[in-house]
Design a binder for this molecule. Sequence first.
Ligand code: NAD
Ligand code: G6P
Ligand code: MN
Ligand code: MN
Length: 433
Amino acid sequence: GLKIVTIGGGSSYTPEIVEGFIKRYDELPVRELWLVDIPEGKDKLDTVAGLARRMVREAGVPIGIHTTLDRREALPDADFVTTQLRVGLLDARIRDERIPLSHGYIGQETNGAGGFLKALRTIPVILDIDRDMAELCPQAWLINFTNPSGMVTEAVARYGKNKKVIGLCNVPIGMEMAIAKLLEIDQSRLRIDFAGLNHMVFGLHVYADGVDVTRKVIERIASGELGEVVKNIINIKWIPEFITGLDIIPCPYHRYYFKKDEMLATELEEFTKGETRAELVKQLENQLFELYKDPELKTKPPQLEKRGGAYYSDAACRLISSIYNDKHDIQPVDTVNRGAISGIASDSIVEVSSVITKSGPKPLTMGELPVQANGLVQQIKSFERVTIDAAVSGDYSTALLALTINPLIASDTAAKLLLDEMLEANKDYLPQF
Ligand code: NAD
Ligand code: G6P
Ligand code: MN
Ligand code: MN
């Protein structure tokens, strides 16, 4: 049986991953699931572990649920380590969203200044985890969900010891679900060629039973028929002719770039009401934990689907199962480019459809991205690389450069204003600065 370690185990998302392992127990025999958290997360960890134990007992599967506040106790002999931690907890996310908005810039936890600060806080921690893994479980795969997932994964790939690292996001799986629903077919009959970066991914082609249906899907997205992909991003309709011109499928996060003014206006309205996404998530999380405490609850409650990361466990469990079973199926993951997308450094992380084998993902060759996608993707990748370098070095100029080249800031004066305020607000979590 397998040993899985989940760091950030007190997350309200954990019942999802437990359900994922229960559903796949026959093909993926998990013997031990270790949930790791920090002292500040102890109450959440205990509540989630209680529910997890009731879930496995109810399902009748022999998965042992263990908890610890010391990850070094959990890591020895792990087969897979998944990361879903939030450095600074939700209060740090509230600041990531509110500080940029207070100056009139988009406040989002993975894009713009918010995502930048989350990277600065998180990269030192993921590199500590990487060092512990190299010592205690060098054979294990690190499956990272911690946002900004592309940058956090790239930090390990470029600066860490462990080369067995894969990033994940629920956006591609959400796009598969929404497009399958649009076409009224089962998701298993659909294949999308994904290429780009995390939260900056495009669907280049769509196949139903192997037949190219890209044209039809683009026409139907243009006419506004695609349903919601993730709960945390408002589904403002695209201009039909824009989608026809774009000629590839955008992800929900592209709205921050291609609908910047509307997104900012919506966020500013929420900001004034004290209803930023982070603040709503705080309320939602309190409701979820009230439910989780109920000793009669023995399955994942449907209310968890209100979180943006719903279905992340399907992405995690299908990836882990394909590695374990050497399936050679195709899945979108965040992996080292190695030439799959021309024009992006071969050591950078890209989000790309890959063949999943027991030795990891082998990205499909995508060539150069279409010109309409290439420019923005290149600019965001420059921002990501410079941000990672700033997070590792703690160098102020590098940090200022990163934020200035981000297209949602695009000004050295604005970048300095935001950077200084955000470094001060986060000083407890930035040992490198
Ligand atoms: P959360 O605020 O519930 O945090 C999860 C847990 O991490 C908490 O219990 C917290 O105490 C713990 N934690 C904080 N620092 C830690 C550390 N150093 N070591 C171990 N545990 C630590 O967060 P959440 O809303 O469950 O989200 C967790 C993370 O997953 C975030 O980074 C979020 O952005 C990310 N996420 C990613 C995706 C994706 O698509 N990749 C989807 C959902 C969530
Ligand atoms: C999904 C993303 C995650 C993100 C999450 C936010 O869109 O893929 O990367 O963290 O939703 O959801 P939340 O409910 O926390 O706002
Ligand atoms: Mn994501
Ligand atoms: Mn084509």
